[in-house]
Design a protein around this ligand. Structure first.
Ligand code: BTN
Length: 327
């Protein structure tokens, strides 16, 4: 952790109490003047830090921005997910950035956030609207020891982690639309784009790209998304702490990713099934090659959807666009 991350962690641990400059200086083996300089730097970023000569420093308010040191400080000890966090003001797509890091051999768990994306992408080549400072647009590099057929398990794990994180921060419980959409009141608030680089029986790496519409207003959403998407701010009527939500997700996903590796996907699958609005529904699924129709019966062991088709056959579907019909 950088000194700034450690100072922020110490101030946050102090809760509403002040932390003395002398203590910080001893703890980080710096002069009091050097601590003061770091505090001034954090203030220039918008952190409201009160300084009193007798009591020390107190963090009163954090700015609405993603700051890698602050994210690291709030995340605390993470084994894997978020050991390395990088924040860009603007990029094409955070998935592109992570792809380059993957090719450079960076260890798994690195998380790349962008305040805005100029070429944010969704599944099936769709565009993903990513206005500056309004959402969480981020990607995680994973190097799982799973065979490629289990890739959907990662999407399922991330969907349940994200649902839990949103519940924790907002008190609302999104439904999951297979495989990767989170909805509130039937409108999309988050999507997951999992990109895979693999050999026939071995995954090289996975890029888990997640977009959450946090503080977008209805003006931020383009016309084409009217009646399709919404944001947590629109639903709750309040601005939310993006960085708090990000940290909550990373903590949840750290746990769920470890569960996957210890062969406990079933626990996640049960939670997913409870949240999944697609289960039991009559649907049409446009898969890359075919149009299928039927009732969704279950989730398979590897995260695939089991569809009882109109002809009575059980089909396994790994990818596609799902449209539900009234039963
Ligand atoms: C979908 O629902 O179609 C998936 C949307 C995924 C969007 C995220 S935003 C961060 C990452 N970078 C991208 O370009 N896409 C994903």
């Amino acid at each position: 952790m950088t000194i700034d991350a450690q100072i922020l962690a110490a101030l946050r641990n102090g809760k509403n109490c002040s932390v003395s400059g002398a203590e910080l200086a001893i703890q980080f083996q710096l002069s009091r003047a050097a601590i003061w300089a770091r505090i001034e730097e954090l203030r220039s970023l918008g952190y409201e830090i009160e300084a009193s000569p007798h009591e020390g420093y107190r963090l009163n308010k954090s700015p609405d921005l993603l700051h890698s040191d602050d994210l690291l400080a709030r995340l605390g000890d993470s084994q894997k997910i978020g050991r390395d966090i990088r924040v860009f003001q603007e990029t094409t797509s955070t998935n592109d950035v992570v792809e380059r890091l993957a090719r450079d051999g960076i260890a798994e768990g690195v998380v790349v956030f962008a305040e805005s994306q100029t070429k944010g992408r969704g599944r099936l080549g769709r565009r993903w609207v990513s206005p500056s400072g309004k959402g969480l647009w981020f990607s995680i590099l994973l190097r799982p020891t799973l065979s490629p057929q289990f890739i959907t398990q990662i999407t399922v794990a991330s969907a349940v982690s994200l649902r839990r994180a949103i519940k924790q921060i907002t008190g609302l419980t999104p439904e999951i639309k297979w495989p990767n959409d989170l909805l509130l009141n039937g409108l999309k608030i988050a999507g997951i784009l999992t990109e895979l680089s693999a050999e026939p029986d071995m995954i090289k790496h996975v890029i888990l790209g997640i977009g959450v519409d946090v503080n977008l207003t209805s003006e931020d959403l383009p016309k084409e998304l009217e009646g399709v998407a919404t944001s947590l701010r629109i639903v709750t009527g309040r601005r939310l702490d993006r960085s708090g939500l990000a940290v909550q997700f990373l903590q949840q996903f750290e746990r769920d990713y470890a569960l996957l590796h210890s062969g406990r996907f079933e626990e996640l699958a049960d939670e997913w099934a409870e949240a999944c609005s697609t289960l039991g529904k009559i649907v049409t699924i446009q898969t890359p090659g075919r149009l299928l129709q039927g009732r969704v019966e279950a989730l398979d062991q590897d995260g695939a959807l089991l569809l009882r088709t109109e002809f009575g056959r059980l089909e396994r579907v790994l990818a596609g666009i799902v449209q539900s019909h009234p039963i």
